[in-house]
Design a protein around this ligand. Structure first.
Ligand code: NAD
Length: 265
């Protein structure tokens, strides 16, 4: 098995990476590589796993991910730094088991006709800095509403516990092949009206935000920021690609949500 290790710059992550590399090397069936891995192990936090996803997003059909966290519990990082031996033993006995989750397909269209395509694992947001963002929200080519406010967030089910949750979105179980559109501080008064609640859009549908406001808009795709005055519209749908995680052991989704947000110990 060809395994790549991606870590953040913290000293603890570098130490854990060195230990993991040694343990992996002791197994003749495992080769630690940088190019064309079959498994990517990240050491750090959710941000480390997000950047590894973007680094290997062109090979999602042939790579699985696994996260070791060196700080507090992450959402994508199930393994603790003191469980490395168990992790390596699991890899040797259970080589192909995986679980997959939906991703967000993002297409930016520019006023000059250019198009750019991205995948997001958590979410994409559209904003206009301190100015009011105005955009027509189309669902499946039909005008749904005109949004005015700080912006919009479109998230995946696994991203629903990230930024989406902070702006009042629902937590969605990743077995739903869907995306969620959540408002960020909408203007709602006698003149301007939006639905005012998050909506869940299924895999057969798509959402397009046609920007009406002038000037620079900021579009985020997980950790990536794109700022341009020529962005005309952004389309979102459930991606045909999915992310695969090595599932050496199962952690119940709602248990993970409880662990991250409710449990006090
Ligand atoms: P980071 O790694 O420091 O992540 C920020 C926090 O978000 C961390 O506590 C991380 O554990 C948590 N997080 C990330 N993905 C998560 C998920 N799917 N479910 C639950 N928690 C999650 O910062 P980064 O490298 O910039 O990561 C970017 C992500 O951080 C964005 O995709 C966004 O979702 C999240 N974020 C959240 C807020 C917020 O909640 N107000 C603000 C900025 C960024």
């Amino acid at each position: 098995m060809r395994v790549a290790i991606i870590h953040n710059n913290e000293e603890k992550s570098q130490n854990v990476t060195a230990q993991l590399r040694e343990l992996l090397k002791q197994n003749s069936g495992i080769e630690v590589v940088e190019r064309d891995p079959e498994l990517v192990i990240t050491v750090g936090g959710d941000g480390t796993l997000l950047s590894a996803f973007h680094r290997y997003s062109h090979r999602l059909d042939s790579v699985r991910f696994l996260g070791v966290h060196t700080g507090h519990l992450g959402f994508y990082t199930d393994w603790r730094d003191y469980e490395l031996q168990e992790l390596v033993d699991g890899l040797c006995s259970d080589r192909d088991k995986s679980v997959s989750y939906p991703l967000l397909d993002v297409q930016l269209s520019y006023a000059d006709g250019r198009k750019k395509h991205f995948l997001a694992m958590n979410e994409s947001t559209i904003r206009r800095g301190s100015r009011t963002m105005v955009g027509d929200v189309y669902i499946k080519d039909e005008l749904f509403e005109t949004f005015r406010g700080d912006g919009l967030s479109i998230s995946t089910p696994t991203g629903s516990t990230a930024y989406n949750k902070s702006v009042g979105g629902a937590v969605v179980h990743p077995s739903f092949n869907a995306i969620q559109l959540t408002e960020i501080a909408s203007l709602n008064n006698r003149v301007f009206r939006t639905l005012g609640s998050p909506i869940i859009i299924g895999a057969e549908e798509w959402v397009e935000i046609r920007l009406r406001s002038d000037g620079h808009h900021l579009v985020t795709i997980d950790q990536l920021d794109l700022s341009d005055e020529k962005i005309a519209s952004v389309s979102y749908k459930v991606a045909k690609e999915r992310i695969h995680f090595a599932s050496l052991r199962h952690m119940h989704f709602w248990h993970r949500v409880k662990d991250a947000f409710i449990r006090e110990d």
